[in-house]
Write a new protein. Structure first.
Length: 231
């Protein structure tokens, strides 16, 4: 699997950046998009044409993960593109209804398994203020996990078991973490993923990138700020 970073920030991105979004290209030549936050659609077109998207997965319906799905709807209409398959949670209802039009939609839940394009895609429900899922993609012997946003260590332990590479929610430093925070601390993330996997730190907080990397280095030997990679 080849992974291109479309956006890696939470909340909002710096000039020229984008919030959460990833393009996964399989060995069979299919293109899977996981999340499509603000600025991601522009970045996507550096790698593929919009009409070459085979599947979109929205891990949850917060704007920093889905805002460009709305923009994509406009692009599809203008370009007269065929319907694209969109998997997303059923809630919040208002957001789900807004995004549904124009796509071939399907609902994510913990029992869903997608076995298309030569890969297996599984979903793990996270604790977060809205319905949220980690995404696990298996191709051959390689396993990629996208944690998405998550509040408790047990969810990450469950979804990342056996992973070769993990894209992890790393937006809050341990010093800033509170009991009711909607995200794990960087420390807790690093302690929860397999020690032998490659951990790519994402959902970053603007101006804390160096501190996030520094904290991660204390708790995981293979942690780095997110970049394009292949597994």
């Amino acid at each position: 699997m080849d992974v291109k970073v479309l956006g890696c920030y939470g909340r909002f991105a710096p000039v020229g950046g984008a919030t959460s979004g990833y393009l996964i290209s399989t060995n069979s030549g299919k293109n899977i998009v996981i999340d499509l936050g603000s600025g991601c659609l522009s970045a996507l077109q550096k790698y593929i044409k919009i009409e070459d998207i085979d599947l979109i997965i929205a891990s949850h319906l917060h704007f920093d993960h889905i805002s460009d799905i709305g923009v994509l709807k406009y692009a599809m209409g203008f370009l007269k593109i065929k319907t694209i398959k969109l998997y997303m949670p059923s809630t919040p209802n208002d957001m789900h209804n807004i995004l549904s039009g124009g796509f071939d939609t399907a609902i994510i839940d913990e029992n869903l398994v997608i076995e298309d394009f030569g890969v297996k895609i599984e979903f793990f429900k996270n604790h977060h203020p809205v319905e949220t899922y980690a995404v696990k993609i298996t191709e051959g012997e390689k396993v990629l996990v996208y944690t998405s946003d998550c509040m408790i260590c047990e969810d990450v332990l469950n979804s990342t078991a056996g992973a070769n590479a993990v894209i992890g929610d790393a937006c809050i430093l341990d010093r800033d973490h509170t009991q009711n925070a909607a995200h794990l601390s960087v420390k807790s993330l690093c302690e929860s993923v397999p020690k032998d996997c490659n951990l790519y730190l994402s959902h970053l907080t603007l101006k804390l990138e160096k501190d996030i990397q520094k904290e991660a280095n204390c708790y995981h030997n293979n942690a780095r700020l997110i970049e394009d990679f292949t597994i």
